[in-house]
Design a protein around this ligand. Structure first.
Ligand code: PLP
Length: 396
């Protein structure tokens, strides 16, 4: 390992492609920031067409965040108030929040040591559910064949939270296109960075029409979304307008990044697999392998600590890594972590989930932005390995 000598900054983003500048300048000059002002060809509408083509979906709707897309997905499904919506217990707090926002009841499903949905717990909790919201947390894909088979047999719709999974494939199918609706994020820590933003894709014209109207296509603005005329007539004036639209500046930042996606995905995969191989060669760490058929698009790495006795040693490892310039988050051991289900107190009392809890207490998270150099990657791996060796040597 030829590790670089300076700690890489893992929080800075990549520059936005130069091509965005002329378009932003044009928008600033005209002041045309609202997606529905222009009769056609608005940047948001062009983004929707391009994103739908990229995913191979019939419809795309750009909105203000992935959380908004998740909320609108549940609203578009027209679930009864209080409907149970299953979601993995390993996710970001925004996901159960979107379920609550849509007047539904989150049902948290156990997740295994490999960060994927525990299919036995899923099958046990599925009967009577109104919908399933599968969060592909940190881009890890659960067994979508098993999930879709159970949900299709029970007639329960699946929404994919693919916020952090743009570019991931499952047996050659694009993640986000397997369920009825797929939702993606353009928040800065995701594969495409617009600061904030989200988009949903679906092949279902009724769901698309309902989501378009509720996102804030008031009066006849739905006419600026292609291909749904008959459906819109059905819903005119019959749905609330939640106003979660995307504005043109966001689309101008996103569109020139779409052609970058393939490179970012292959770079992210290379970076992840390089660090994973180094960590897996030690007795301290275990990087769970992908499921067969899963091709990820990672911009971070997750691994489990092995052979650390108790929380104090795990925290000592975290501190030792930090002293070497490497930021590690142990999901369950960082205070008020938004990915630890016991901090979602807004849900009220929840049954304990011992398997997910145990995983969160030993699962580590390290950002690996796709722009890192091989020397940066080696610096990070070396810092983690040396920190673990130091802590375990002290304990021996
Ligand atoms: C980032 C993220 C979200 C939320 O996306 P926003 O665009 O910030 O609302 C939801 N789910 C997962 C898994 C995420 O990583």
């Amino acid at each position: 390992m030829a590790a670089s000598s300076a700690a890489p900054n893992v929080y800075d983003a990549e520059p936005i492609p130069e091509a965005a500048r002329a378009e932003i300048e044009r928008l600033l000059t005209s002041g045309d920031l609202f997606r529905y002002t222009a009769p056609d060809g608005a940047p948001v509408a062009l983004l929707e067409a391009e994103f739908a083509a990229l995913l191979g979906s019939r419809y795309a709707l750009a909105v203000s965040s992935c959380s908004a897309a998740l909320f609108l997905s549940l609203k578009a499904l027209d679930l009864p108030r209080g409907a149970r919506v299953l979601t993995p217990a390993f996710t970001f707090a925004a996901v159960p929040s979107a379920i609550v926002h849509a007047d539904c009841t989150p049902v948290l499903v156990e997740v295994g040591e490999n960060y994927r949905v525990d299919m036995a717990d899923f099958a046990a909790k599925l009967p009577g559910a109104g919908a399933v919201m599968i969060s592909h947390m940190r881009g890890h894909t659960s067994d979508m064949d098993a999930i879709m088979a159970l949900c299709n047999a029970a007639g329960i719709p699946v929404v994919e939270d693919a916020a952090h999974s743009l570019g991931t494939e499952w047996h050659g199918r694009k993640i986000g296109t397997i369920g009825k609706i797929g939702c993606f994020s353009f928040q800065s820590y995701k594969m495409i960075n617009a600061g904030e933003g989200g988009i949903l894709v679906t092949d279902d014209p009724e769901l698309a029409a309902r989501a378009v109207i509720m996102s804030g296509a008031y009066e006849h603005n739905w006419k600026k979304h292609p291909g749904l005329q008959n459906s819109y007539m059905l819903w005119q004036n019959r749905l609330p307008l939640y106003n979660m639209r995307m504005q043109n500046l966001s689309a101008a930042v996103i569109r020139p990044q779409l052609p970058e996606l393939a490179r970012r995905v292959s770079q992210g995969r290379f970076n992840h697999d390089h660090v994973a191989a180094l960590l897996n060669a030690t007795p301290f760490f275990e990087v769970p392998p992908p499921l067969p058929g899963e091709a990820r698009a990672p911009d971070s790495i997750q691994f489990n600590l092995t052979g650390f006795a108790g929380d104090a040693q795990a925290l000592a490892f975290q501190a030792a890594a930090k002293a070497r310039g490497v930021a590690v988050q142990i999901f369950g051991l960082s205070e008020d972590n938004a990915r630890a289900f016991w901090n979602w107190q807004f849900l009220g009392p929840q049954p304990d989930l011992p398997q997910t809890r145990a995983m969160l207490m030993r699962a580590c998270d390290v950002r690996l932005p796709t722009r890192l150099s091989p020397a940066d990657l080696d610096f990070i791996a070396r810092g983690l390995i040396d920190a673990a060796a130091e802590v375990q040597a002290k304990a021996a």
